[in-house]
Ligand binder design. Structure first.
Ligand code: FES
Ligand SMILES: [Fe+2]
Length: 395
């Protein structure tokens, strides 16, 4: 008899075995980290900010997979991404984190070569090229850019993968995402590998112990699970478990809505109360009925990760008399601090000489799925490299 027949609901996603976790070295080894940079961070769509983070007529730097990029916003606010390097002798073009430009010409600060907003080389300034120099071959190195629901993504790969949020491209269609504005930002540097953070995100076994306040608000979390279909037989019927504790309307300190509910949500979306959308490896979104929180994950080094959370509201909610921002932001900030603490504890223990590999519990099916995605991504890039004809550099 399998464990599914034994104790689980029919539609349960729980694993029927306890697989091994990734090897400990995956969480601190520099060479492993660099493999992931190439295989995952340089090949995926990476979130770099909200559209409003890139005002018209600005150049903004962005770092992705160790590469220095710039996002150019033209006079209309249309965004273009390039590698931040000049085709003359390689100076950076965007010097500050954010700098103004005229929306038309990007001029190198070194010898003043100028490029248009499409990246075409327009002028070599005082340099007078000979006939063997073709301007058309010396445009900026462009980078794929995509805007989805006001979130800006770039992909370093020349052939970007299809853009696929885990719940589908239309998952946020009933939220007025484009018109939401950032009301608060919280940034936290964690002394842990980026995968430690995502693994923690992907299970709720830690919720009862680590998040007492959140678990008090979300009944399934008290059971150490993420959704009702994970409960064992003998527990309350799945659909009898409400998304939020009685009397609680949303994720705020006092449990009350912070503003009007978004008007176009379906009854299922209202009943769910919090819709989690995941875009590995750099973003997750929690869409509530009255506001949205988006958290950007950046892998800085093998044992260093930055979280950047943005709270998004309608302008009307933000401007309403009596609106209490900290009543909203303190709640999830506390949850993120609690998660950050256990992620750092996890990282420290992974460094033990005796710990080589862990074991996953059946409820950690999403951790398992994440780890398989990491391993498959690494295998794919290495297979692609093997398939490429080897060339020797010319003298
Ligand atoms: S390096 Fe840019 S113009 Fe010389
Ligand atoms: Fe957590």
């Amino acid at each position: 008899m399998t464990s599914q027949e034994n104790s689980l609901n029919q539609d349960s996603p729980l694993l029927d075995h306890s697989p091994h976790s990734l090897p400990a070295v995956a969480y601190y080894d520099e060479a492993w980290f660099q493999r992931e940079q190439r295989a995952i961070w340089a090949r995926s769509w990476i979130h770099v900010g909200r559209v409003t983070d890139f005002p018209p007529q600005t150049l903004t730097r962005a770092a992705v997979a160790g590469d220095n990029l710039m996002i150019a916003s033209d006079a209309n606010g249309t965004l273009h991404a390039f590698h931040n390097t000049c085709r003359h002798r390689g100076s950076v073009l965007c010097v500050a984190e954010v700098e103004p430009f005229n929306g038309k010409l990007i001029r190198c600060p070194y010898h003043a070569w100028a490029y248009d907003i499409q990246g075409r080389l327009i002028s070599t300034a005082f340099g007078t090229p000979t006939d063997d120099f073709d301007k058309r071959e010396h445009g900026l190195f462009s980078v794929a850019l995509k805007v989805w629901n006001g979130f800006v993504f770039v992909c370093l790969d020349d052939q970007p993968p299809s853009f696929e949020p885990d719940l589908g491209i239309g998952v946020l269609d009933n939220w007025p995402m484009d018109s939401l504005v950032v009301g608060h930002v919280f940034e936290k540097r964690l002394a842990c590998n980026w995968k430690v953070f995502w693994e923690n995100y992907n299970e709720c076994l830690h919720c009862p112990g680590v998040h007492p306040t959140l678990s008090q608000r979300v009944p399934v979390y008290r059971q150490g699970i993420m959704s009702p279909n994970e409960v064992s037989l003998g527990s309350p019927k799945p659909d009898a478990i409400p998304a939020l504790e009685e009397g609680v309307q949303t994720w705020t300190v006092n449990g009350a809505l912070c503003g009007a509910e978004f008007p176009d949500l379906s009854s299922a979306e209202r009943a769910d109360a919090h819709t989690f959308v995941t875009l590995y490896p750099s973003l997750y979104i929690v869409a509530h009925v009255d506001y949205v929180r988006a958290v950007t994950v950046t892998a800085v080094g093998p044992e260093e990760t930055i979280l950047r959370a943005q709270w998004l509201f309608t302008p009307q909610t933000l401007a309403a008399p009596g609106f209490d921002l900290s009543n909203v932001t303190d709640f999830a900030t506390q949850v993120m601090i609690e998660d950050g603490q256990v992620c750092e504890l996890n990282q420290q223990g992974l460094r033990s000489s005796r710990f080589t590999q862990g074991r996953l519990m059946p409820q950690e099916f999403d951790v398992y799925g994440f780890q398989q995605w990491v391993l498959e991504s690494l295998a794919q890039v290495e297979a692609d490299a093997d398939a490429k004809p080897k060339s020797t550099p010319s003298a």
